[in-house]
Design a binder for this molecule. Structure first.
Ligand code: ZN
Ligand code: ZN
Length: 339
């Protein structure tokens, strides 16, 4: 099978992914083999390539927003049939027995495996996964639309829940890429009387336009002061400054959730009185659980979420990643995998 393969940690500008022929993976007990049709391009791939979150081995096939069709069943696998359309997300496996798994927090499992980091992912024509970590995709989404739902959507949904958002409140979104453009649609649906303020880099007209089209009540730059304090905020940006900016704009008792696996720049020094006092809260979101995906996918169909996507060919994965790093993708980048 054809795959875009990462052999070493590298700057993404060096176009480190190489098109290679790899043997087709064989499904083991309880696994399914999936013929990949589309795979979303996530910011986490930049963290993997540049070594902030290193793959556990090399070579590695990245990609954890996978949509495809079941092609082969491993021994004992029976949840899906050949030809069924399934999605695979970041969580590839969890132990099911540790204290975190037992209380429904498999996203924090020490032994968990992550798709495209510890197991080969979707920048390839085939992949295998335990059938318990694959999800049926609602019919209304085309393959290219469904891909960004599987990480950008699912983790955004988790972040929105963790933010404590309720109807009538003011939500701030820092950064307006793949995840935020889905979260604003969920917020608009679940909290019809809320206000959504979007903070995005001012030179990125495509992000501002999209925020406008999706119903943002106010759009500013990350350092700007919004017209009202924020009850809840989610920081999707890769930079540390946004954490301080968002805390500074929080209402008393407000909460900021940081939706990033790593920050590329440090969080600047905080001033206790300005950024934390008055019971402000700061929380990160780490990974996803299967339940997040199982709840979010039907909700996405019900809303319905309209993902904005830009397609690339598998061979163009390096170009897609470079553009993503520059902030030049409107909505979500998705690889189309050749048959
Ligand atoms: Zn992701
Ligand atoms: Zn566990």
């Amino acid at each position: 099978m054809k795959a875009m393969v990462l052999k070493n940690i590298s700057a993404v500008e060096e176009r480190p992914l190489e098109l290679m022929d790899l043997p087709e993976p064989v499904p083991r007990r309880g696994q399914i083999q999936v013929r990949v049709s589309t795979c979303g391009v996530c910011h986490t791939e930049l963290d993997e390539i540049e070594g902030r979150v290193s793959p556990s081995r090399f070579p590695m096939v990245l990609g954890h927003e996978i949509v495809g069709r079941v092609e082969r069943l491993g021994p004992g696998a029976g949840k899906f049939r050949k030809g069924d359309r399934v999605g695979i997300s970041w969580i590839n496996w969890a132990c099911g027995r540790c204290s975190f798994c037992l209380k429904g927090e498999e996203n924090l499992c020490d032994r968990a495996k992550w798709t495209g980091k510890d197991a080969f992912g979707g920048y390839a024509q085939h992949t295998v996964v335990s059938e318990d970590f694959a999800y049926a995709i609602p019919e209304r989404f085309a393959d290219v639309e469904a891909a960004p739902l599987l990480c950008a959507g699912v983790i955004g949904y988790r972040a929105l829940r963790l933010s404590g958002m309720q109807d009538g409140r003011v939500l701030g979104l820092y950064g307006f890429g793949a995840s935020a453009h889905i979260v604003i649609q969920v917020a608009r649906y679940q909290y019809p009387h809320c206000k959504v303020f979007v903070f995005t880099r001012s030179h990125r007209k495509e992000h501002r336009d999209l925020a406008n089209e999706l119903g943002a009540d106010w759009i500013g730059a990350p350092g700007d002061t919004p017209p009202q304090k924020l009850d809840c905020a989610i920081d999707f940006t890769p930079v540390g400054e946004s954490v301080r900016d968002a805390l500074g704009n929080l209402q008393k008792g407000g909460r900021l959730v940081v939706d990033a696996i790593r920050k590329v720049t440090p969080i600047p020094e905080l001033d206790y009185a300005e950024h934390l006092w008055h019971e402000k809260e700061l929380k990160s979101v780490a990974n996803v659980t299967r339940r997040d995906a199982q709840e979010f996918l039907p909700l996405a169909a019900q809303i319905p979420i309209m993902p904005e996507t830009r397609e690339f060919r598998l061979e163009e994965a390096n170009e897609a990643l470079i553009l993503l790093k520059e902030g030049g993708v409107r909505g979500a980048a998705v690889l189309r995998i050749p048959e």
